[in-house]
Design a binder for this molecule. Sequence first.
Ligand SMILES: *Cc1c(COP(=O)(O)O)cnc(C)c1O
Length: 452
Amino acid sequence: MTEQTALASGPDLPQQRNLVTEIPGPASRALAQRRQRSVARGVSSVLPVFVRAAGGGVLVDVDGNSLIDFGSGIAVVSVGNSAPRVVEGVTEQVARFTHTCFMVAPYEGYLEVCEELARRTPGDHDKRSILVNSGAEAVENAVKIARYATGRPAIVAFDHAYHGRTNLTMALTAKNMPYKDRFGPFASDVYRVPMAYPLRWPGGPERCAAEALDVVTGLIHTQVGEQNVAAVIIEPIQGEGGFIVPPPGFLAGLAEFCHSHGIVLIADEIQSGFCRTGDWFACEHEGVVPDLVTTAKGIAGGLPLAGVTGRTELMDAVHVGGLGGTYGGNPVACAAALGAIATMEEENLAGRARRIGELMLPRLNALAQKYPVIGEVRGRGAMLAVELVEPGGLNPNPAAAGKVAVACHAAGLVVLTCGTFGNVLRFLPPLVIPEHLLDEGLTILEEAFAGL
Ligand SMILES: *Cc1c(COP(=O)(O)O)cnc(C)c1O
């Protein structure tokens, strides 16, 4: 461990990959043993190492290994870990006051975050917001608001959807293992429809948008009844379900259908939002304006904060006192969000996300040319993935995805997997990652594929 690594923190960490022990090293292994005696088994971790510091594009573990970060703590630290404006805002706020409860004694930071949400989310209509603590809580509140405003019970969600792990959001989430198995019974009045998934659409990718729209609207009509549907909830690019990008026209068609039947369209932008895909929000790419938007993950540089933002007539339908929570919009988290949003604006992180996509896509496409185990390269901006299949067909290949991920981890590159079939490698680097680390990370990935 160099003197510099020992002292530096956050963005001042040396921006380099540096392995000084095997992965995991002895200090991480000792903590892993200790963990088993106090942490519930149900909580799992992707990496075998424990973190001591992180910033820019690296994580430094307790043995002094410096790893390249292509995960951003699941699309959270888009501005980098301990980003200067976040640290500054948090430090100042934490010394002034840490909590009053907005429902008891309000403060300006909450207002400022809601103002930013109104300004940044798609559409220039009048908007209101509520702040909460987690993505799942935002989704829960969006559903409450949609049901209240419409007076209707049904919620429509998609195959491969991920909306969280609370009881209602488990019902909305598609995948059984590990999210739902034996955790039921689940909330009622949730209906699932097929996702426009070009790679796996039976009629082929060209027909996917139109056919999927027909199937979805047909199922809503015959099995639920449009007049019973409070909301359709969709991730504009699906996250945990496999970074599935719906084909052009699908989201717009869905928005049009919802609009014509008085159904609230909820865009779950928790993973795709805040510059990740090269726009402030992924919906913008198609000019789609949802009625409600849920945000979390990238919003606050790593502090827990989430929000629901939407049309004033929907948001303000709810009676006074009908929404809230003890910690929602905590002042320290709000200060972090304001620092993170200012960083995104000042450092043009939407542009950085597009640039990351431009640098990564040619390399990923070249890999796909070389290795038939890659069935598809997809995503947008700095939300990219490769889906692994059994060569010659489309059968999911989770074993290969797992092998590549483990090889990357051992070589000092943090990558995550996802997908209903566990066969997708996803790449979510911090938007501030230096380009030489992006380059080196891709080289490690290429070596991992070569070693399959
Ligand atoms: C992560 C995620 C959630 C849940 O957020 P939590 O903060 O983990 O509760 C919901 N929707 C999407 C699209 C997500 O990626």
